[in-house]
Design a protein around this ligand. Structure first.
Ligand code: HEC
Ligand code: HEC
Length: 214
């Protein structure tokens, strides 16, 4: 009995500490520990190009960020800052962000609700099967294996959300993976290998399909 009491007494401060830490942690982003509230102020500059709340109404060739996974957003910002992903306009933006800023804006955008677009019917006819089943004959995996059946991606595995993304942006990225403009190093190599197997009409169809996926 005495042993049990001692054990309980020893555990009590532990329980107390866990409860204390759990309260503020609940407000933080689970993957980056960023603070969406602090990120909202920083994100205002991003709205100029990524649209209010990151829903991208400004230019269809620029990506929506709303609902994108925080871990993926941080990873891309780091790639822009280090010039691994070379896009002048975003390299300039990322250069102004500290690590904390990156975690906070990422937490903010991850918490926004993405507004999907509408896919063309012709695109769905070509793309749906590829997206869901791939094409074994060409060694093409199903996109849904990584990006999920609704295009929500996978935050833990760092696979980006594609559902609702602007079609023109998605097509531009798939073409960049194809030409090696993007994805020559790191995780992008996964997509470079996949995009290399897609024809131009498939890229167009998949991109339109993704814009309506939810
Ligand atoms: C002047 C316009 C502009 C501003 C301002 C801007 N961006 Fe971007 N951003 C872009 C463009 C264009 C791209 C697409 C780059 C490409 O073609 O790969 C992009 C891409 C991104 C991506 C990669 C998205 C993906 O799906 O891979 C992230 C993340 C991002 N921006 C975050 C931000 C954040 C955070 C801010 C604010 C601090 C910001 N951007 C401000 C134009 C802008
Ligand atoms: C094995 C996992 C996997 C499969 C299968 C896969 N992807 Fe990806 N995809 C990724 C990863 C990882 C990234 C991020 C790569 C990077 O960091 O550049 C990505 C990125 C993308 C992007 C860029 C997203 C953005 O916001 O910039 C598009 C578009 C895309 N994938 C489309 C597809 C399509 C279409 C298919 C099916 C033909 C597909 N993916 C299959 C893992 C996968």
């Amino acid at each position: 009995m005495k042993r049990v009491l001692i054990a309980l007494a020893l555990c009590a401060p532990l329980f107390a500490a866990t409860a204390d830490e759990a309260a503020p942690a609940a407000a933080k982003d689970a993957f980056t520990m960023g603070d969406a509230g602090a990120g909202a102020a920083k994100a205002a500059t991003c709205f100029a190009c990524h649209g209010p709340g990151g829903n991208g109404a400004i230019n269809p060739a620029w990506p929506k960020l709303a609902g994108q996974h925080s871990s993926y957003i941080v990873e891309q910002l780091v790639e822009f800052k280090s010039a691994q992903r070379k896009v002048a306009v975003m390299m300039g933006q990322a250069a102004t962000l500290s690590d904390d800023d990156m975690h906070n804006v990422a937490a903010y955008f991850a918490a926004q609700k993405p507004v999907p677009g509408v896919a063309s019917k012709d695109a769905v006819a070509v793309a749906e099967k590829l997206y869901r089943a791939g094409d074994a004959a060409r060694g093409l995996p199903a996109c849904s294996a990584c990006h999920g059946p609704t295009g929500a991606g996978n935050a833990a595995a760092d696979f980006p959300r594609l559902g609702g993304q602007n079609a023109a942006y998605a097509a531009a990225e798939l073409n960049d993976y194809k030409t090696g403009e993007r994805g020559s190093q790191g995780k992008g190599q996964i997509m470079a290998a996949i995009a290399a197997k897609l024809s131009d009409p498939e890229v167009q169809a998949l991109s339109s399909y993704l814009s309506g996926l939810q």
